[in-house]
Design a protein around this ligand. Structure first.
Ligand code: UGA
Length: 435
């Protein structure tokens, strides 16, 4: 089948490369000539494990190409995916759909025969209706069906998530459109991935509900962690104890500094707005958003307390800047609020991240960057683990202890066992566990 992917950002690029790998013919379109030029030359605009080889293989096989020419890509496609960005709108937090609607207008002009237009970007309920209205208005005679096919992939594990999904959701108003999209995913029948065909609005809401539920699960365990600290319990064991109940499940119960990234913060806010506008507020999710926001700043206070109540003039080493490991994505990363909180309290911050320092530079001011964890820790009054990169899981604690000015370790991801840190002479603080 022939696929056009409009928007070669994170979702578009990963989905396009994976569809090509399934054997389809894929053209990834983007307005940004520099991005298309880089992709054509084999340079990835984002860091995602395995993506460069997947792209290179499929380009070599002639199944994947890149262009700025939307009309050419769309003209003979069976399915056109809209995978452009939907940032939070400044001011009201609602998803900014201007890129989606512009893509719909451009696609409308380029249609030549029956085509399924698919929104893959996370879009508020009713966006599919609006996309269809825009296309029909600009090209009344166009033979088109508009479908919602939300993406559930995680950064850092995106290719595996795409190829082995828990489920595929196809929101279509007509059967022939659902068939075209099911056919695209046919290579997954072997893995028996469930394909759910729903109405378009149901599919759109399913995506928001999934992210809001996961954000709620994380926030729940984070509050349990705070409670554990007050009553002398261990959140890791509480998480295991509840997670073994099949109705709860063990995943997304890892307490930490609060969720970040390009999806949860934006999608929970957008859901809150949609629900308010629909006159059916989701108060639970509103609280999750507020609790998570204040948590990031509270993590700076946790570091300050671990340093004896003041960090004025102290050198604080931060390990991990990205919102999670295996990505260079800094969007809504907890490190941003934590570092700002520490700097406001008078600390000098030195940071190291395996992939995120370039993206971090424009977002952080007054931060010194180190080349590795050990030079980062040099002469530091405290070492704070903010992101659980594999490289931070087996640090040489004796060596760290030896180069630091004071043996204070604040582990916001519970990477270490308290007894191990103590054995090396650290004053150790983690999340939801006894010191
Ligand atoms: C998330 C969802 O997991 C994907 O299913 C979804 O497709 C994607 O958003 C999206 O909407 O596009 P992602 O943002 O890549 O994926 O990252 P996650 O792995 O879900 O992590 C999100 C945040 O939650 C991170 O800051 C992470 O550190 C935090 N987290 C996650 C925890 O603090 N504890 C956990 O147990 C799990």
């Amino acid at each position: 089948m022939r696929v056009a992917m409009v928007g070669s950002g994170y979702v578009g690029l990963v989905s396009g490369a994976c569809f090509a790998d399934f054997g389809h013919n894929v053209v990834c379109v983007d307005k940004d000539p520099a991005k298309i030029e880089a992709l054509t030359a084999g340079r990835m605009p984002i860091f995602e494990p395995g993506l460069d080889t997947l792209v290179a293989d499929n380009v070599r096989q002639g199944r994947l190409s890149f262009t700025t020419d939307l009309a050419a890509g769309v003209a003979d496609a069976d399915a056109v995916f809209i995978a452009v960005g939907t940032p939070s709108r400044r001011g009201d937090g609602f998803a900014d759909l201007s890129f989606v609607f512009q893509a719909a207008r451009d696609i409308a002009q380029a249609l030549t025969r029956f085509t399924v237009v698919v929104t893959k970007s996370t879009v508020p309920v009713g966006t599919g209706d609006e996309v269809e209205r825009i296309i029909r208005e600009s090209r009344p005679a166009a033979e088109v069906a508009v479908v919602s096919n939300p993406e559930f992939l995680r950064e850092g594990a995106a290719i595996a998530d795409f190829k082995r999904p828990d489920r595929i959701v196809i929101g279509a108003e007509e059967a022939r459109a659902a068939e075209v999209i099911s056919e695209l995913y046919r290579p997954l029948y072997l893995n028996q991935a469930p394909i759910l065909v729903t109405s378009r609005r149901t599919a759109e809401l399913t995506k928001y509900a999934a992210n809001a539920f996961l954000a709620t699960k994380i926030t729940f365990i984070n509050e349990m962690a705070d409670l554990c600290e007050q009553v002398g319990a261990d959140v890791q064991q509480v998480a295991r104890g509840i997670g073994l109940d099949n109705r709860i499940g063990p995943k997304f119960l890892h307490a930490g500094p609060g969720y970040g990234g390009s999806c949860f913060p934006k999608d929970t806010l957008a859901l809150v707005k949609t629900a308010q506008d629909a006159g059916s507020p989701v108060r639970l999710v509103e609280t999750v958003v507020a609790v998570n926001d204040s948590r990031k700043r509270a993590m700076a206070r946790k570091v300050i307390l671990a340093c004896g109540g003041s960090v004025r003039g102290k050198r604080i080493a931060v390990l991990g800047l990205t919102f999670k490991p295996n990505t260079d994505d800094m969007r809504d990363a907890p490190s941003l609020a934590i570092i700002a909180g520490l700097q406001d309290a008078g600390a000098r911050v030195v940071a190291y991240d395996p992939e995120g320092m370039e993206q971090a530079r424009p977002l952080l001011s007054g931060v010194e960057y180190a080349e590795d964890p050990y030079s980062c820790a040099e002469k530091a009054d405290a070492l704070v683990i903010v992101t659980e990169w594999n490289a931070f899981r087996a640090l040489d604690l004796a060596r760290l202890r030896a180069v630091m000015a004071a043996p204070v370790l604040v582990d916001l991801r519970n990477v270490y066992r308290p007894e191990d840190a103590r054995r090396y002479g650290f004053a150790y603080t983690s999340v939801g566990r006894a010191p």
